[in-house]
Design a protein around this ligand. Structure first.
Ligand SMILES: NC(=O)C1=CN([C@@H]2O[C@H](COP(=O)(O)OP(=O)(O)OC[C@H]3O[C@@H](n4cnc5c(N)ncnc54)[C@H](OP(=O)(O)O)[C@@H]3O)[C@@H](O)[C@H]2O)C=CC1
Ligand SMILES: O=C(O)CCC(=O)C(=O)O
Ligand SMILES: [Mg+2]
Length: 414
C-alpha cells in the first residue's frame, strides 16, 4: 500500500496539474461525524481506484490534523504542519470541522480557504435517480454553484460590542462619516461587521464560472446578488461580473443589457450571462429550477443557496464540494454539510457528500475511470434502496444501513 513516505507530490506545470501514479493526498478526518464519514469514504475511494487501475495507481494518504483532534494532540486548532502539507501537496480532502457560534475560535474551514486563497467554492447540485426529495420534479435541478470563497463578511472583520476596538472603530466612523454614522439605529449597543468585495475577487470567480460553462457546454451563468440593497458590494459584484464576461470572453449585450450572450468557442452553443436578486433566486430554485445552470455568487449567498439546493435534490447527505484556486492548483475537497454533532460516533450518517467530494477530486486529478465507478456504485446502492437513515426515513421499502455499510454498498455496485 502506498504511504506518504513512498508517494510523490502533485505539481503544477504551465497551468496543468502533474499527477504521479501514487500522489500524496493530505486529508483531515474532521470533527463530530467526521471520523465515521472519513473511514467509509477512504475505503470507498481506495476501492474505486483499485478497481479502475488494478494497482497501477494508488492514493498515498497522509493524515494532517485540524480541529478538535489537532487541539487535543498539539494544542493548536490548525497546526502549521497541516497548512504546509496542503501547500506542498496541492490537492487534499477534509471532513467537516466545528465552529462555535458567537465567541470562540473563528471557522477553521474558512481559515483554510483564506490562507490557501482557495477562491472558488465549487458545489455541483444534481439529482440521483431514486433519492427521496421534497420537491415534485427534483430531476429538473442541475446547477453548479461557484461561491466566492475569499471575501464578503466571511473575511471576519468584526468589532464586538463593548470591546475597546469597537469603541475605537465607532469613534473613527463617527468622526469621518457623520451622516452615515447617524444611520446606526442603536449606536450604544451595536457590533459592526465589514463586508469587503473587490473587483479582482469578483473577476477571478466569475471568470472561473464562465470558463466552466464553456468547458462543460452549459447554457447560462447567473450572477446572484443582493445588489438592490448593498449597492457597492453585491451590486458591484453584478456589474464587475458583466464586465468580466464582456472583457474576458467577448460577451455582447442582449436587448440593451445588462444580460449578455457569448458563443461557446468549443461547441458554438450560446451561453447567456444573466443576473438575479438573491431572494428571488431562493424562490426560483423551487419554482423554475430548469432555467438555471451555473451560478456565480458571493460568499454568504452561496452558503445559503448551497444548503437550499442540496435539500431540493435529496439533502445534505449527498452534497459535495471543492475549494479551488485555479491559478496555483491548490484545492481542498469537502462536503457542504457540517459535523452533525448529534450523530457523532454512531456510524449512522450518510457518507455520500464526502465520497462525492472524493469523486470530484479524482476527476480533478484526471482519474475519470475511478470517478465514474463511484457514480456507478452510488447509483447502484440507491437503486437497490440500500441507504442510510436520511434516505430510508423517506423511502418505501428501503433497507437501512450504517454509514460504513453504505460505503460498502457503493463498492459492491461499482
Ligand atoms: N465545511 C464545514 O466543515 C462545515 C462545518 N459546519 C459546522 O458544523 C457544525 C454543525 O452545524 P449544523 O448547523 O448542525 O449543520 P450540519 O450540516 O452539521 O447538520 C445539520 C443537519 O443536516 C443533516 N446532516 C448533516 N450531515 C449529514 C450527513 N452526513 N448525512 C445525513 N444528514 C446529514 C442532519 O439532519 P437531520 O437532523 O434531519 O438528520 C443534521 O442534523 C457547526 O459547528 C458548523 O459551523 C457547518 C457547515 C460546513
Ligand atoms: O465553517 C463553518 O463552520 C461553516 C461553513 C459553511 O457553512 C460552509 O462553508 O458551507
Ligand atoms: Mg454552509
Amino acid at each position: 500500500m502506498a504511504t506518504a513516505a513512498t508517494g510523490q507530490p502533485i505539481t503544477m506545470q504551465d497551468g496543468q496539474l502533474q499527477v504521479p501514479s501514487t500522489p500524496v493526498i493530505p486529508f483531515i478526518e474532521g470533527d463530530g461525524t467526521g471520523p465515521d464519514i472519513w473511514r467509509a469514504s477512504q475505503a470507498t475511494l481506495d476501492a474505486a481506484v483499485e478497481k479502475a487501475y488494478g494497482g497501477e495507481k494508488q492514493i498515498a494518504w497522509m493524515e494532517v490534523l485540524a480541529g478538535e483532534k489537532a487541539f487535543n494532540e498539539t494544542g493548536e486548532w490548525l497546526p502549521d504542519a497541516t497548512l504546509d502539507a496542503f501547500r506542498q501537496y496541492l490537492v487534499g480532502i477534509k471532513g467537516p470541522l466545528t465552529t462555535p457560534v458567537g465567541g470562540g475560535i473563528r471557522s477553521l474551514n474558512v481559515a483554510l480557504r483564506q490562507i490557501l486563497d482557495l477562491y472558488t467554492c465549487l458545489r455541483p447540485v444534481q439529482y440521483f435517480s431514486g433519492v427521496p426529495s421534497p420537491v415534485k420534479q427534483p430531476e429538473l435541478t442541475d446547477m453548479v454553484i461557484f461561491r466566492e470563497n475569499s471575501e464578503d463578511i466571511y473575511a471576519g472583520i468584526e468589532f464586538e460590542h463593548g470591546s475597546d476596538d469597537c469603541e475605537k472603530f465607532k469613534k473613527l466612523f463617527e468622526e469621518n462619516f457623520a451622516e452615515r454614522f447617524k444611520k446606526v439605529r442603536f449606536p450604544g449597543t451595536t457590533g459592526f461587521g465589514i463586508k469587503p468585495v473587490s473587483q479582482e475577487g469578483t473577476a477571478r470567480l466569475v471568470k472561473a464560472s464562465i470558463q466552466y460553462a464553456i468547458d462543460n457546454d452549459k447554457p447560462s451563468v447567473t450572477l446572484v446578488h443582493k445588489g438592490n440593497i448593498m449597492k457597492f458590494t453585491e451590486g458591484a459584484f453584478r456589474d464587475w461580473g458583466y464586465e468580466c464576461a464582456k472583457n474576458d470572453f467577448g460577451a455582447t449585450e442582449l436587448d440593451g443589457g445588462p444580460w449578455c450572450t457569448l458563443k461557446n468557442p468549443k461547441t458554438g452553443n450560446e451561453i447567456v450571462i444573466k443576473d438575479v436578486i438573491a431572494d428571488a433566486m431562493l424562490q426560483q430554485i423551487l419554482t423554475r429550477p430548469a432555467e438555471y445552470s451555473v451560478l456565480a455568487t458571493l460568499n454568504l449567498n452561496g452558503d445559503y443557496i448551497s444548503d437550499a439546493l442540496a435539500a431540493c435534490v435529496g439533502g445534505i447527505g449527498i452534497a459535495p464540494g471543492g475549494n479551488i484556486n485555479y491559478d496555483t492548483g491548490h484545492a481542498i475537497f469537502e462536503a457542504t454539510h457540517g459535523t452533525a454533532p448529534k450523530y457523532a460516533g454512531k456510524d449512522q450518517v450518510n457518507p455520500g457528500s464526502v465520497i462525492l467530494s472524493g469523486e470530484m477530486m479524482l476527476r480533478h486529478l484526471g482519474w475519470t475511470e475511478a470517478a465514474d465507478l463511484i457514480i456507478k456504485g452510488l447509483n447502484g446502492a440507491i437503486g437497490a434502496k440500500t441507504v442510510t437513515y436520511d434516505f430510508e426515513r423517506q423511502m418505501e421499502g428501503a433497507t437501512l444501513v450504517k454509514c460504513s455499510e453504505f460505503g460498502q454498498a457503493i463498492v459492491k455496485h461499482m
